[in-house]
Every structure is written in structure tokens, then in C-alpha cells.
Design a protein around this ligand. Structure first.
Ligand code: MN3
Length: 202
């Protein structure tokens, strides 16, 4: 079964003005689509053909860089679209809010730590809110196509800080893009759902 580009979980214009339709046309319709096409072409006739995305990411890491990059980018982007929602952002509610309070000392401290990871990241990469094996939350910064699977942590929410994620709209203002994510885009319902799944498996 070939991998397919997942549709956005909202209309392409629904995140505007915080993330414009043009940004999504390129980021989802071209960048993410290319990772999916490359992945399907690269795995053909290899030991990875027919494997799950998770198995390909773990199996190709350190073995086949091109397959790893495209598989991990397909996973990260699919997760990223769900980390956004129209009318999102603001202070989280529910279990994730209590866990953030417990593990970071409060939302303000968490937000500061995440923004630090996202804005000081040199070059292309990702910022993730994750749950560690013991159930504690942490912030991880990942280079290029790297992904929390490699740390054996579980992603709860992520932000793409590759230039292609913001340059059409925010130009060089990565900090502006990251703050907009927290103010207007972050999907805390998705993070709460992921956190509940992790807690159920502990
Ligand atoms: Mn991207």
C-alpha cells in the first residue's frame, strides 16, 4: 500500500490570517506531497516496501538516510497539521494543563521553554511537546527530519520551524510565527487526546 497525502483536517483557508492559504498550498500541497511521493518511490523494491510508517522510520534511521528523511517528514507533517486548528491557541485546559503545571511550573514557563527551543534552533527542524516513558512532559528540539520516535518519547503537539513553514508569510520573523502558533493556532484538544492515550498505556 502506497502512502498518501492526508487531507488537511480543516479547510485550506480556515487558518487565515494566522497561516494563509498560500502557505498551506505550498507547505501541504507541495512540500508534504513531495515527501510522500519520494517515500513511495524510494521504498519500492527494498526491505521497507509494505512496512508501516513507524517501522520504516525506526528501521531506516542510520541505514538509509533518504528513506528515513522522507518517512519521518511524512510523519512529522501529518502530526503537525493536527497540531493546528482554526480558533486555536490560548491557554490549554484539562489534563494537559495540569501536567504542564506539574512538569514545567506553569503555562508561561512551558511556553517560554518551547519558544526558546523553536526560535534558537539553528537551521531546519521541529519543536515538540512530548511525554517521556515515565509520563512526564518535556520539550524537544529536533533537527531536519528527526522525530520523537528516536528518543522513545511520545509526541503530543509539534511546530514546524523549517523556513518553508513560515517564510511566505512571516519572512525571517520566526519568533512572530512561533508566538502566533501559541496565540491563535495550537490545537490543545489534539494534545489532550494524545496525552490521554499515553496515560492509558502507562
Ligand atoms: Mn514543513
Amino acid at each position: 500500500m502506497a502512502f498518501t497525502l492526508p487531507p488537511l483536517p480543516y479547510g485550506i483557508g480556515d487558518l487565515a490570517p494566522h497561516m494563509t492559504e498560500e502557505t498551506l498550498q505550498f507547505h501541504h500541497g507541495k512540500h508534504h506531497a513531495t515527501y510522500v511521493n519520494n517515500l513511495n518511490n524510494l521504498v519500492k523494491g527494498t526491505q521497507f516496501e509494505g512496512k508501516s510508517l513507524e517501522d520504516i522510520i525506526v528501521g531506516a534511521h542510520g541505514v538509509n538516510q533518504a528513506i528515513f528523511n522522507n518517512a519521518a517528514q511524512h510523519f512529522n507533517h501529518s502530526f503537525f497539521w493536527k497540531s493546528l486548528k482554526p480558533g486555536g491557541g490560548g491557554v490549554p485546559q484539562g489534563a494537559i494543563a495540569r501536567a504542564i503545571e506539574r512538569d514545567f511550573g506553569g503555562y508561561t514557563q512551558f511556553r517560554q521553554k518551547f519558544i526558546q527551543a523553536a526560535t534558537t534552533h539553528f537551521g531546519s527542524g521541529w519543536a515538540f511537546l512530548v511525554s517521556k516513558a515515565d509520563g512526564k512532559l518535556d520539550v524537544e528540539s529536533h533537527h531536519d527530519a528527526s522525530t520523537p520516535f528516536l528518543n522513545k518519547t511520545t509526541p503530543l503537539l509539534c511546530l514546524d520551524v523549517w523556513e518553508h513553514a513560515y517564510y511566505i508569510q512571516y519572512r525571517n520573523n520566526r519568533a512572530g510565527f512561533v508566538n502566533t502558533f501559541f496565540d491563535s493556532l495550537a490545537n490543545w484538544d489534539f494534545a489532550n487526546q494524545n496525552y490521554a492515550d499515553v496515560q492509558a498505556k502507562l
